[in-house]
Ligand binder design. Structure first.
Ligand SMILES: Cc1cc2nc3c(=O)[nH]c(=O)nc-3n(C[C@H](O)[C@H](O)[C@H](O)COP(=O)(O)OP(=O)(O)OC[C@H]3O[C@@H](n4cnc5c(N)ncnc54)[C@H](O)[C@@H]3O)c2cc1C
Ligand code: SF4
Length: 522
Protein backbone atom coordinates (compact mmCIF):
# COMPACT_ATOMS: atom_id res chain seq x y z
CA UNK A 1 0.00 0.00 0.00
CA UNK A 2 1.15 3.56 -0.80
CA UNK A 3 1.30 6.19 1.92
CA UNK A 4 -1.05 8.61 0.12
CA UNK A 5 -3.82 8.51 -2.51
CA UNK A 6 -6.29 10.94 -4.07
CA UNK A 7 -9.13 9.25 -2.19
CA UNK A 8 -9.42 6.76 0.66
CA UNK A 9 -12.72 4.87 0.86
CA UNK A 10 -13.61 2.98 4.06
CA UNK A 11 -15.86 -0.02 3.36
CA UNK A 12 -16.71 -1.75 0.09
CA UNK A 13 -20.48 -2.35 0.15
CA UNK A 14 -22.97 -0.41 -1.96
CA UNK A 15 -21.77 3.04 -0.89
CA UNK A 16 -18.04 2.26 -0.92
CA UNK A 17 -18.01 0.10 -4.05
CA UNK A 18 -19.93 2.65 -6.11
CA UNK A 19 -17.86 5.61 -4.93
CA UNK A 20 -14.58 3.78 -5.55
CA UNK A 21 -15.75 2.78 -9.02
CA UNK A 22 -16.83 6.24 -10.15
CA UNK A 23 -13.70 7.93 -8.78
CA UNK A 24 -11.39 5.34 -10.33
CA UNK A 25 -13.18 5.72 -13.69
CA UNK A 26 -12.44 9.46 -13.40
CA UNK A 27 -8.73 8.69 -13.12
CA UNK A 28 -8.32 9.21 -9.37
CA UNK A 29 -5.94 7.09 -7.30
CA UNK A 30 -8.31 5.25 -4.99
CA UNK A 31 -7.55 3.09 -1.95
CA UNK A 32 -10.37 1.00 -0.43
CA UNK A 33 -9.98 -0.36 3.12
CA UNK A 34 -12.35 -3.21 3.98
CA UNK A 35 -12.39 -5.05 7.32
CA UNK A 36 -13.69 -8.35 5.86
CA UNK A 37 -12.08 -10.81 3.50
CA UNK A 38 -12.45 -11.22 -0.23
CA UNK A 39 -14.81 -14.08 -1.09
CA UNK A 40 -14.90 -16.12 -4.26
CA UNK A 41 -17.59 -18.68 -5.09
CA UNK A 42 -15.60 -21.52 -3.54
CA UNK A 43 -15.22 -19.69 -0.20
CA UNK A 44 -18.93 -19.72 0.54
CA UNK A 45 -20.24 -22.57 2.70
CA UNK A 46 -21.19 -25.62 0.71
CA UNK A 47 -24.49 -27.39 1.26
CA UNK A 48 -22.65 -30.34 2.80
CA UNK A 49 -20.98 -27.95 5.31
CA UNK A 50 -24.14 -26.27 6.44
CA UNK A 51 -23.88 -27.81 9.88
CA UNK A 52 -20.85 -25.54 10.23
CA UNK A 53 -23.01 -22.42 10.14
CA UNK A 54 -21.15 -20.92 13.17
CA UNK A 55 -18.16 -20.47 10.84
CA UNK A 56 -20.20 -17.74 9.18
CA UNK A 57 -19.82 -15.32 12.09
CA UNK A 58 -17.26 -12.54 11.58
CA UNK A 59 -15.14 -11.54 14.56
CA UNK A 60 -12.16 -9.17 14.27
CA UNK A 61 -10.00 -11.45 16.47
CA UNK A 62 -11.49 -14.95 16.35
CA UNK A 63 -12.82 -15.08 12.80
CA UNK A 64 -11.91 -12.10 10.57
CA UNK A 65 -12.75 -14.24 7.53
CA UNK A 66 -16.38 -14.66 8.67
CA UNK A 67 -19.26 -13.39 6.56
CA UNK A 68 -21.96 -12.26 8.99
CA UNK A 69 -21.51 -9.63 11.71
CA UNK A 70 -24.24 -9.97 14.34
CA UNK A 71 -24.29 -7.36 17.09
CA UNK A 72 -26.44 -7.39 20.18
CA UNK A 73 -27.13 -3.87 21.41
CA UNK A 74 -29.24 -2.93 24.39
CA UNK A 75 -32.48 -2.64 22.42
CA UNK A 76 -31.64 -3.94 18.96
CA UNK A 77 -29.80 -6.83 17.32
CA UNK A 78 -28.32 -5.92 13.94
CA UNK A 79 -27.25 -8.36 11.23
CA UNK A 80 -24.83 -7.13 8.55
CA UNK A 81 -22.09 -8.66 6.43
CA UNK A 82 -18.31 -8.25 6.36
CA UNK A 83 -16.22 -8.73 3.24
CA UNK A 84 -15.42 -7.07 -0.07
CA UNK A 85 -18.89 -6.29 -1.43
CA UNK A 86 -20.43 -5.67 2.03
CA UNK A 87 -24.12 -6.54 2.38
CA UNK A 88 -24.34 -7.53 -1.28
CA UNK A 89 -22.46 -10.75 -0.43
CA UNK A 90 -25.54 -12.06 1.37
CA UNK A 91 -28.41 -9.95 0.14
CA UNK A 92 -31.57 -11.33 -1.37
CA UNK A 93 -30.74 -9.15 -4.41
CA UNK A 94 -34.04 -7.27 -4.23
CA UNK A 95 -33.79 -3.91 -5.99
CA UNK A 96 -36.75 -1.64 -5.26
CA UNK A 97 -37.11 2.12 -5.70
CA UNK A 98 -38.58 4.00 -2.74
CA UNK A 99 -42.13 5.27 -3.28
CA UNK A 100 -42.33 8.98 -4.21
CA UNK A 101 -44.28 10.00 -1.10
CA UNK A 102 -41.42 8.78 1.15
CA UNK A 103 -39.36 11.86 0.31
CA UNK A 104 -42.06 14.33 1.36
CA UNK A 105 -40.97 14.38 5.01
CA UNK A 106 -37.65 14.10 6.78
CA UNK A 107 -35.45 14.34 3.66
CA UNK A 108 -33.40 17.26 2.30
CA UNK A 109 -35.39 19.35 -0.15
CA UNK A 110 -33.20 18.34 -3.09
CA UNK A 111 -33.96 14.63 -2.69
CA UNK A 112 -37.19 13.62 -4.40
CA UNK A 113 -38.12 10.54 -6.37
CA UNK A 114 -37.86 12.57 -9.61
CA UNK A 115 -34.36 13.68 -8.60
CA UNK A 116 -33.29 10.12 -7.69
CA UNK A 117 -34.79 8.33 -10.72
CA UNK A 118 -31.80 8.92 -13.07
CA UNK A 119 -29.47 7.69 -10.31
CA UNK A 120 -31.64 4.64 -9.70
CA UNK A 121 -31.40 4.04 -13.47
CA UNK A 122 -27.63 4.35 -13.30
CA UNK A 123 -27.33 1.58 -10.70
CA UNK A 124 -29.03 -0.77 -13.16
CA UNK A 125 -26.00 -0.70 -15.52
CA UNK A 126 -24.16 -2.76 -12.93
CA UNK A 127 -26.86 -4.51 -10.92
CA UNK A 128 -29.18 -5.43 -13.83
CA UNK A 129 -32.40 -6.18 -11.91
CA UNK A 130 -34.64 -8.82 -13.50
CA UNK A 131 -37.67 -10.81 -12.31
CA UNK A 132 -37.43 -14.61 -12.10
CA UNK A 133 -38.16 -16.12 -15.52
CA UNK A 134 -41.31 -18.26 -15.96
CA UNK A 135 -39.20 -21.23 -16.94
CA UNK A 136 -38.41 -23.31 -14.94
CA UNK A 137 -41.49 -22.58 -12.81
CA UNK A 138 -40.74 -22.15 -9.10
CA UNK A 139 -43.01 -23.60 -6.42
CA UNK A 140 -42.35 -20.66 -4.11
CA UNK A 141 -43.54 -18.20 -6.78
CA UNK A 142 -46.66 -20.29 -7.35
CA UNK A 143 -47.42 -20.63 -3.63
CA UNK A 144 -46.95 -16.93 -2.93
CA UNK A 145 -49.07 -15.93 -5.93
CA UNK A 146 -51.85 -18.22 -4.66
CA UNK A 147 -51.50 -16.75 -1.17
CA UNK A 148 -51.80 -13.24 -2.61
CA UNK A 149 -54.92 -14.20 -4.53
CA UNK A 150 -56.57 -15.65 -1.44
CA UNK A 151 -55.65 -12.48 0.50
CA UNK A 152 -56.86 -10.14 -2.31
CA UNK A 153 -53.39 -8.60 -2.55
CA UNK A 154 -52.01 -9.79 -5.87
CA UNK A 155 -48.34 -10.84 -5.72
CA UNK A 156 -45.84 -8.87 -7.81
CA UNK A 157 -42.55 -10.41 -8.92
CA UNK A 158 -39.54 -8.62 -7.41
CA UNK A 159 -36.71 -7.11 -9.49
CA UNK A 160 -33.61 -9.11 -8.48
CA UNK A 161 -29.95 -8.27 -9.21
CA UNK A 162 -29.46 -11.80 -10.50
CA UNK A 163 -28.25 -13.04 -13.87
CA UNK A 164 -30.72 -15.52 -15.36
CA UNK A 165 -29.19 -16.93 -18.51
CA UNK A 166 -26.07 -18.41 -19.99
CA UNK A 167 -22.58 -18.25 -18.53
CA UNK A 168 -21.04 -14.91 -19.51
CA UNK A 169 -18.70 -12.08 -18.63
CA UNK A 170 -20.66 -9.41 -16.76
CA UNK A 171 -20.85 -6.51 -19.25
CA UNK A 172 -20.06 -3.88 -16.58
CA UNK A 173 -17.02 -5.54 -15.04
CA UNK A 174 -16.03 -8.45 -17.30
CA UNK A 175 -16.16 -10.83 -14.31
CA UNK A 176 -17.26 -14.35 -15.25
CA UNK A 177 -20.60 -15.50 -13.91
CA UNK A 178 -23.01 -18.35 -14.45
CA UNK A 179 -26.76 -18.02 -14.65
CA UNK A 180 -28.93 -18.64 -11.59
CA UNK A 181 -29.33 -22.32 -10.82
CA UNK A 182 -32.03 -21.87 -8.17
CA UNK A 183 -29.70 -23.09 -5.43
CA UNK A 184 -31.52 -20.97 -2.84
CA UNK A 185 -28.29 -19.92 -1.14
CA UNK A 186 -28.24 -16.19 -1.90
CA UNK A 187 -28.16 -15.33 1.82
CA UNK A 188 -24.98 -17.33 2.47
CA UNK A 189 -23.22 -16.42 -0.77
CA UNK A 190 -23.94 -17.49 -4.34
CA UNK A 191 -21.32 -20.08 -5.34
CA UNK A 192 -21.81 -19.51 -9.08
CA UNK A 193 -21.62 -15.68 -9.08
CA UNK A 194 -25.15 -15.41 -10.47
CA UNK A 195 -25.95 -12.58 -8.04
CA UNK A 196 -24.77 -9.21 -9.34
CA UNK A 197 -22.93 -8.42 -6.11
CA UNK A 198 -20.96 -5.22 -5.55
CA UNK A 199 -17.59 -7.05 -5.45
CA UNK A 200 -18.05 -8.58 -8.90
CA UNK A 201 -19.55 -5.44 -10.46
CA UNK A 202 -18.57 -2.03 -9.06
CA UNK A 203 -15.47 -3.12 -7.11
CA UNK A 204 -14.10 -5.23 -9.96
CA UNK A 205 -14.62 -2.33 -12.37
CA UNK A 206 -12.91 0.06 -9.93
CA UNK A 207 -9.92 -2.29 -9.86
CA UNK A 208 -9.81 -2.45 -13.65
CA UNK A 209 -9.35 1.34 -13.49
CA UNK A 210 -6.49 1.01 -11.00
CA UNK A 211 -8.23 1.22 -7.60
CA UNK A 212 -6.51 -0.74 -4.83
CA UNK A 213 -8.71 -2.82 -2.54
CA UNK A 214 -7.29 -3.97 0.79
CA UNK A 215 -9.40 -6.65 2.50
CA UNK A 216 -8.96 -7.43 6.22
CA UNK A 217 -8.05 -3.79 6.90
CA UNK A 218 -10.23 -2.37 9.67
CA UNK A 219 -10.15 1.41 10.10
CA UNK A 220 -9.91 2.57 13.71
CA UNK A 221 -9.09 6.29 13.88
CA UNK A 222 -9.59 9.35 11.71
CA UNK A 223 -7.51 12.54 11.90
CA UNK A 224 -8.53 15.69 10.03
CA UNK A 225 -6.03 17.66 7.89
CA UNK A 226 -3.66 19.87 9.85
CA UNK A 227 -4.08 22.69 7.30
CA UNK A 228 -6.76 23.67 4.83
CA UNK A 229 -6.62 21.42 1.78
CA UNK A 230 -4.29 18.95 3.55
CA UNK A 231 -4.69 15.22 3.89
CA UNK A 232 -7.08 13.22 6.03
CA UNK A 233 -5.26 10.43 7.84
CA UNK A 234 -6.81 7.11 8.80
CA UNK A 235 -5.27 4.38 10.92
CA UNK A 236 -6.12 0.74 10.30
CA UNK A 237 -5.62 -2.62 11.99
CA UNK A 238 -4.48 -5.31 9.62
CA UNK A 239 -6.58 -8.33 10.58
CA UNK A 240 -4.58 -10.52 8.21
CA UNK A 241 -0.89 -11.07 8.59
CA UNK A 242 0.57 -7.65 7.88
CA UNK A 243 1.29 -4.62 10.06
CA UNK A 244 -1.11 -1.97 11.26
CA UNK A 245 -0.58 1.41 9.64
CA UNK A 246 -1.95 4.71 8.34
CA UNK A 247 -2.89 6.06 4.94
CA UNK A 248 -3.70 9.61 3.77
CA UNK A 249 -5.73 11.47 1.15
CA UNK A 250 -7.32 14.91 0.66
CA UNK A 251 -10.69 13.15 0.24
CA UNK A 252 -11.94 10.58 2.74
CA UNK A 253 -15.17 8.74 2.03
CA UNK A 254 -16.72 6.81 4.90
CA UNK A 255 -18.88 3.94 3.60
CA UNK A 256 -18.54 1.44 6.44
CA UNK A 257 -22.32 0.98 6.61
CA UNK A 258 -24.92 2.28 9.05
CA UNK A 259 -23.22 0.82 12.12
CA UNK A 260 -19.63 0.99 10.87
CA UNK A 261 -19.63 4.67 9.90
CA UNK A 262 -21.69 5.87 12.87
CA UNK A 263 -19.40 3.93 15.22
CA UNK A 264 -16.25 5.39 13.62
CA UNK A 265 -17.52 8.97 13.89
CA UNK A 266 -18.77 8.56 17.46
CA UNK A 267 -15.48 7.00 18.53
CA UNK A 268 -13.49 9.76 16.79
CA UNK A 269 -15.68 12.64 17.93
CA UNK A 270 -12.95 14.22 20.07
CA UNK A 271 -10.76 14.47 16.95
CA UNK A 272 -13.74 15.91 15.02
CA UNK A 273 -15.39 18.24 17.56
CA UNK A 274 -17.40 20.21 14.99
CA UNK A 275 -19.52 17.22 13.97
CA UNK A 276 -23.26 17.86 14.03
CA UNK A 277 -25.26 17.15 17.21
CA UNK A 278 -27.39 14.94 14.92
CA UNK A 279 -24.64 12.28 14.93
CA UNK A 280 -26.17 9.00 16.14
CA UNK A 281 -29.79 10.03 15.53
CA UNK A 282 -32.45 8.67 13.15
CA UNK A 283 -31.59 4.98 13.62
CA UNK A 284 -34.18 2.81 11.88
CA UNK A 285 -34.60 -0.95 11.45
CA UNK A 286 -36.58 -0.26 8.26
CA UNK A 287 -39.60 -1.84 9.93
CA UNK A 288 -38.18 -5.35 9.53
CA UNK A 289 -40.35 -8.20 10.79
CA UNK A 290 -40.45 -11.94 10.17
CA UNK A 291 -43.44 -14.24 9.97
CA UNK A 292 -43.64 -17.97 9.40
CA UNK A 293 -47.02 -19.32 8.29
CA UNK A 294 -46.92 -23.04 9.07
CA UNK A 295 -48.89 -25.76 7.31
CA UNK A 296 -50.86 -23.65 4.83
CA UNK A 297 -53.98 -25.44 3.59
CA UNK A 298 -55.55 -23.06 1.06
CA UNK A 299 -55.49 -24.17 -2.57
CA UNK A 300 -52.13 -23.65 -4.30
CA UNK A 301 -50.29 -22.53 -1.15
CA UNK A 302 -48.80 -25.86 -0.09
CA UNK A 303 -45.24 -27.10 -0.73
CA UNK A 304 -43.59 -23.75 -1.48
CA UNK A 305 -40.17 -25.47 -1.44
CA UNK A 306 -38.59 -22.32 0.04
CA UNK A 307 -35.02 -23.56 -0.40
CA UNK A 308 -35.33 -23.78 -4.19
CA UNK A 309 -34.97 -20.54 -6.17
CA UNK A 310 -33.75 -17.08 -5.19
CA UNK A 311 -34.35 -16.24 -1.53
CA UNK A 312 -36.98 -13.59 -2.34
CA UNK A 313 -39.06 -13.62 -5.51
CA UNK A 314 -42.41 -11.87 -4.93
CA UNK A 315 -44.13 -9.32 -2.72
CA UNK A 316 -47.60 -8.33 -1.60
CA UNK A 317 -48.23 -4.59 -1.21
CA UNK A 318 -50.28 -2.83 1.46
CA UNK A 319 -49.77 0.76 0.24
CA UNK A 320 -52.25 2.38 2.64
CA UNK A 321 -50.22 0.93 5.55
CA UNK A 322 -46.79 1.42 3.89
CA UNK A 323 -46.13 -2.29 4.45
CA UNK A 324 -44.77 -4.99 2.14
CA UNK A 325 -44.71 -8.74 2.69
CA UNK A 326 -42.20 -10.66 0.57
CA UNK A 327 -41.58 -14.37 0.39
CA UNK A 328 -38.43 -15.66 2.07
CA UNK A 329 -36.30 -18.73 1.76
CA UNK A 330 -33.51 -20.53 3.52
CA UNK A 331 -30.95 -22.92 2.12
CA UNK A 332 -32.14 -26.51 2.64
CA UNK A 333 -31.64 -27.60 6.26
CA UNK A 334 -29.96 -24.32 7.15
CA UNK A 335 -30.63 -24.10 10.85
CA UNK A 336 -27.93 -21.58 11.82
CA UNK A 337 -29.81 -18.56 10.58
CA UNK A 338 -33.03 -19.80 12.15
CA UNK A 339 -31.20 -20.16 15.46
CA UNK A 340 -30.23 -16.52 15.21
CA UNK A 341 -33.74 -15.35 14.41
CA UNK A 342 -35.51 -17.63 16.87
CA UNK A 343 -33.40 -16.62 19.84
CA UNK A 344 -32.02 -18.10 23.01
CA UNK A 345 -34.95 -20.27 23.91
CA UNK A 346 -33.84 -22.62 21.15
CA UNK A 347 -30.33 -22.91 22.59
CA UNK A 348 -29.39 -25.32 25.34
CA UNK A 349 -26.53 -25.91 27.78
CA UNK A 350 -23.47 -23.74 28.00
CA UNK A 351 -24.26 -21.86 24.78
CA UNK A 352 -27.44 -20.59 26.36
CA UNK A 353 -25.40 -19.51 29.39
CA UNK A 354 -22.81 -17.79 27.19
CA UNK A 355 -25.47 -15.78 25.41
CA UNK A 356 -27.11 -14.83 28.69
CA UNK A 357 -23.76 -13.60 29.98
CA UNK A 358 -23.21 -11.62 26.80
CA UNK A 359 -26.63 -10.05 27.29
CA UNK A 360 -25.73 -9.07 30.86
CA UNK A 361 -22.53 -7.43 29.64
CA UNK A 362 -24.56 -5.47 27.10
CA UNK A 363 -26.95 -4.29 29.82
CA UNK A 364 -23.98 -3.08 31.88
CA UNK A 365 -22.71 -1.01 28.93
CA UNK A 366 -20.31 -3.48 27.31
CA UNK A 367 -22.28 -3.54 24.07
CA UNK A 368 -21.05 -3.80 20.46
CA UNK A 369 -19.59 -7.28 20.78
CA UNK A 370 -20.11 -9.39 17.67
CA UNK A 371 -21.58 -12.84 18.35
CA UNK A 372 -18.79 -15.40 18.19
CA UNK A 373 -18.82 -18.75 16.38
CA UNK A 374 -18.90 -20.59 19.71
CA UNK A 375 -22.22 -18.90 20.57
CA UNK A 376 -24.00 -20.96 17.95
CA UNK A 377 -24.45 -24.71 17.90
CA UNK A 378 -23.55 -27.02 15.06
CA UNK A 379 -26.80 -28.75 14.29
CA UNK A 380 -27.94 -31.67 12.30
CA UNK A 381 -30.41 -30.83 9.59
CA UNK A 382 -34.08 -31.15 10.36
CA UNK A 383 -36.73 -32.02 7.81
CA UNK A 384 -38.34 -28.85 6.45
CA UNK A 385 -41.91 -28.21 7.58
CA UNK A 386 -44.34 -26.91 5.02
CA UNK A 387 -44.36 -23.16 5.53
CA UNK A 388 -44.67 -19.78 3.86
CA UNK A 389 -41.97 -17.40 5.09
CA UNK A 390 -42.90 -13.71 5.28
CA UNK A 391 -40.11 -11.12 5.20
CA UNK A 392 -41.82 -7.84 6.01
CA UNK A 393 -40.88 -4.18 5.98
CA UNK A 394 -42.62 -0.97 6.98
CA UNK A 395 -41.87 2.63 7.86
CA UNK A 396 -40.86 2.79 11.51
CA UNK A 397 -40.32 6.16 13.19
CA UNK A 398 -36.51 6.12 12.74
CA UNK A 399 -36.02 7.63 16.18
CA UNK A 400 -33.44 5.25 17.60
CA UNK A 401 -30.19 6.76 18.90
CA UNK A 402 -26.66 5.45 18.60
CA UNK A 403 -24.29 6.49 21.35
CA UNK A 404 -21.27 5.48 23.37
CA UNK A 405 -22.10 3.89 26.72
CA UNK A 406 -21.01 5.13 30.11
CA UNK A 407 -18.45 4.24 31.53
CA UNK A 408 -16.92 1.99 28.84
CA UNK A 409 -17.46 4.13 25.71
CA UNK A 410 -18.86 1.18 23.80
CA UNK A 411 -21.09 1.72 20.79
CA UNK A 412 -24.77 1.06 21.52
CA UNK A 413 -28.24 1.64 20.09
CA UNK A 414 -31.10 2.85 22.28
CA UNK A 415 -34.59 2.64 20.82
CA UNK A 416 -37.81 2.37 22.80
CA UNK A 417 -39.82 2.00 19.56
CA UNK A 418 -42.94 3.51 21.17
CA UNK A 419 -43.43 5.89 18.24
CA UNK A 420 -43.27 2.92 15.83
CA UNK A 421 -46.05 0.95 17.51
CA UNK A 422 -48.55 1.67 14.76
CA UNK A 423 -46.13 0.42 12.08
CA UNK A 424 -45.44 -2.82 13.92
CA UNK A 425 -49.16 -3.30 14.64
CA UNK A 426 -49.84 -2.84 10.92
CA UNK A 427 -47.14 -5.37 10.04
CA UNK A 428 -48.58 -7.95 12.41
CA UNK A 429 -52.15 -7.28 11.23
CA UNK A 430 -51.09 -7.68 7.58
CA UNK A 431 -49.22 -10.93 8.29
CA UNK A 432 -52.23 -12.31 10.18
CA UNK A 433 -54.57 -11.47 7.32
CA UNK A 434 -52.35 -13.15 4.77
CA UNK A 435 -51.73 -16.24 6.92
CA UNK A 436 -55.46 -16.52 7.55
CA UNK A 437 -56.14 -16.31 3.81
CA UNK A 438 -53.64 -19.16 3.29
CA UNK A 439 -55.31 -21.06 6.13
CA UNK A 440 -51.96 -21.32 7.93
CA UNK A 441 -50.76 -21.01 11.50
CA UNK A 442 -48.80 -17.73 11.86
CA UNK A 443 -45.68 -17.33 13.99
CA UNK A 444 -44.94 -13.62 13.97
CA UNK A 445 -41.58 -12.45 15.31
CA UNK A 446 -39.83 -9.15 15.77
CA UNK A 447 -37.24 -10.61 18.08
CA UNK A 448 -33.70 -11.85 17.58
CA UNK A 449 -31.38 -13.44 20.13
CA UNK A 450 -32.48 -12.77 23.72
CA UNK A 451 -35.70 -11.05 22.79
CA UNK A 452 -34.28 -7.83 21.32
CA UNK A 453 -35.71 -6.45 18.09
CA UNK A 454 -33.68 -7.72 15.12
CA UNK A 455 -33.03 -6.06 11.76
CA UNK A 456 -30.90 -6.74 8.70
CA UNK A 457 -31.72 -3.35 7.16
CA UNK A 458 -30.24 -0.81 9.62
CA UNK A 459 -30.35 2.83 8.49
CA UNK A 460 -29.42 6.26 9.88
CA UNK A 461 -26.92 7.56 12.43
CA UNK A 462 -25.36 10.17 10.11
CA UNK A 463 -28.61 11.53 8.64
CA UNK A 464 -28.65 13.91 5.69
CA UNK A 465 -30.45 17.22 6.20
CA UNK A 466 -30.44 20.78 4.89
CA UNK A 467 -28.64 22.20 7.94
CA UNK A 468 -25.96 21.00 10.37
CA UNK A 469 -28.35 21.22 13.32
CA UNK A 470 -30.42 18.32 11.97
CA UNK A 471 -27.97 16.49 9.74
CA UNK A 472 -24.41 15.18 9.81
CA UNK A 473 -24.17 15.46 6.01
CA UNK A 474 -25.89 17.44 3.26
CA UNK A 475 -27.81 15.89 0.37
CA UNK A 476 -24.53 15.00 -1.40
CA UNK A 477 -22.97 13.23 1.58
CA UNK A 478 -20.60 16.11 2.46
CA UNK A 479 -19.97 16.21 6.21
CA UNK A 480 -20.89 19.62 7.60
CA UNK A 481 -17.89 21.62 8.89
CA UNK A 482 -15.33 19.16 7.48
CA UNK A 483 -14.41 19.82 3.82
CA UNK A 484 -13.01 16.70 2.18
CA UNK A 485 -14.93 14.29 4.45
CA UNK A 486 -17.88 12.42 2.95
CA UNK A 487 -20.32 9.76 4.11
CA UNK A 488 -21.99 7.70 1.37
CA UNK A 489 -23.76 4.63 2.76
CA UNK A 490 -26.90 3.57 4.62
CA UNK A 491 -26.07 5.77 7.61
CA UNK A 492 -27.09 8.94 5.73
CA UNK A 493 -30.65 7.70 5.09
CA UNK A 494 -32.73 9.86 7.46
CA UNK A 495 -35.97 7.81 7.60
CA UNK A 496 -37.10 4.23 7.22
CA UNK A 497 -37.61 3.39 3.55
CA UNK A 498 -40.18 0.62 4.07
CA UNK A 499 -38.87 -1.44 1.15
CA UNK A 500 -35.47 -3.12 0.74
CA UNK A 501 -33.03 -0.22 1.00
CA UNK A 502 -29.92 -1.04 -1.07
CA UNK A 503 -31.14 0.53 -4.30
CA UNK A 504 -31.81 3.86 -2.57
CA UNK A 505 -28.42 3.70 -0.81
CA UNK A 506 -26.83 2.95 -4.19
CA UNK A 507 -28.65 5.81 -5.94
CA UNK A 508 -27.60 8.29 -3.22
CA UNK A 509 -24.01 7.04 -3.57
CA UNK A 510 -24.09 7.39 -7.38
CA UNK A 511 -25.38 10.95 -6.98
CA UNK A 512 -22.85 11.90 -4.29
CA UNK A 513 -19.96 10.29 -6.17
CA UNK A 514 -20.85 12.13 -9.40
CA UNK A 515 -20.79 15.45 -7.57
CA UNK A 516 -17.50 14.51 -5.91
CA UNK A 517 -15.95 13.69 -9.30
CA UNK A 518 -17.25 16.96 -10.79
CA UNK A 519 -15.84 19.08 -7.98
CA UNK A 520 -12.63 17.18 -7.30
CA UNK A 521 -9.81 19.44 -6.07
CA UNK A 522 -7.24 19.97 -8.85
C1 LIG B 1 -29.18 -11.24 4.98
C2 LIG B 1 -29.39 -9.89 4.35
C3 LIG B 1 -30.20 -9.78 3.21
C4 LIG B 1 -30.42 -8.54 2.63
N1 LIG B 1 -31.17 -8.47 1.49
C5 LIG B 1 -31.37 -7.27 0.89
C6 LIG B 1 -32.10 -7.17 -0.34
O1 LIG B 1 -32.54 -8.17 -0.91
N2 LIG B 1 -32.27 -5.94 -0.88
C7 LIG B 1 -31.80 -4.81 -0.28
O2 LIG B 1 -32.03 -3.72 -0.81
N3 LIG B 1 -31.08 -4.88 0.86
C8 LIG B 1 -30.84 -6.07 1.44
N4 LIG B 1 -30.09 -6.14 2.59
C9 LIG B 1 -29.55 -4.89 3.16
C10 LIG B 1 -28.35 -4.41 2.37
O3 LIG B 1 -27.39 -5.44 2.33
C11 LIG B 1 -27.78 -3.17 3.04
O4 LIG B 1 -28.78 -2.17 3.13
C12 LIG B 1 -26.61 -2.59 2.25
O5 LIG B 1 -25.60 -3.55 2.10
C13 LIG B 1 -26.04 -1.38 2.95
O6 LIG B 1 -25.02 -0.82 2.14
P1 LIG B 1 -23.91 0.09 2.79
O7 LIG B 1 -23.00 0.56 1.72
O8 LIG B 1 -24.55 1.08 3.67
O9 LIG B 1 -23.10 -0.86 3.81
P2 LIG B 1 -22.56 -2.35 3.68
O10 LIG B 1 -23.01 -2.97 2.42
O11 LIG B 1 -22.88 -3.00 4.96
O12 LIG B 1 -20.98 -2.14 3.55
C14 LIG B 1 -20.21 -1.66 4.61
C15 LIG B 1 -18.85 -2.32 4.52
O13 LIG B 1 -17.95 -1.64 5.39
C16 LIG B 1 -17.14 -2.59 6.05
N5 LIG B 1 -16.67 -1.98 7.30
C17 LIG B 1 -17.39 -1.73 8.44
N6 LIG B 1 -16.61 -1.15 9.36
C18 LIG B 1 -15.38 -1.01 8.81
C19 LIG B 1 -14.16 -0.47 9.28
N7 LIG B 1 -14.04 0.07 10.50
N8 LIG B 1 -13.08 -0.52 8.45
C20 LIG B 1 -13.17 -1.06 7.21
N9 LIG B 1 -14.32 -1.59 6.72
C21 LIG B 1 -15.41 -1.54 7.50
C22 LIG B 1 -18.05 -3.78 6.25
O14 LIG B 1 -17.32 -4.96 6.41
C23 LIG B 1 -18.86 -3.78 4.96
O15 LIG B 1 -18.28 -4.56 3.96
C24 LIG B 1 -29.83 -7.37 3.19
C25 LIG B 1 -29.01 -7.48 4.31
C26 LIG B 1 -28.78 -8.73 4.89
C27 LIG B 1 -27.88 -8.81 6.08
S1 SF4 C 1 -30.77 -18.97 -6.18
FE1 SF4 C 1 -28.76 -19.96 -6.10
S2 SF4 C 1 -27.84 -19.68 -8.09
FE2 SF4 C 1 -29.57 -18.28 -7.93
S3 SF4 C 1 -28.65 -16.42 -7.19
FE3 SF4 C 1 -29.36 -17.48 -5.37
S4 SF4 C 1 -27.59 -18.70 -4.71
FE4 SF4 C 1 -27.17 -18.04 -6.80
Amino acid sequence: MERAYDVVVVGSGFGGGITACRLAEAGKRVCVLERGKRFTGKDFLKVEDLDDAPKLLWHHVFNPGGLYDIRMMRHVTVVTAAGVGGGSLVYASVQLRAPADLFERGWPEAITRTELDPWYDRTEEALEPRTTPPDPPLDKVRAFAATGEHAHHPANLLPLAVHFGEKRKHPFSQVEQEGCQNLGRCDIGCPVNAMNRVDITYVARAESYGAEVHPLHMVTTIDPPEREGGNWRVAYSNLGEGDDGTVEAPILVLAAGTLGTSRLLLQNRKRLPELSPALGTCFSGNGDALGIALDPQAEGTRNADNGHGPVMTSKLDFPDRHVIIADGGLPPGFEGILEISRGIKFLTGWRRLLLRMQRLLVLFGLSDRPLRPRHLPRRKREPDRDALIFLMMGRDAADGRMRLTWPFNRFDIRWDMAASKRTFDDLERSAKEVAKAANADLHYALDGPLGTYATSHPLGGCPMADDPEHGVVDDLGRVYNYPGLYVLDGSIVPTAIGVNPSKTIAALAERGAASLVAGFPP
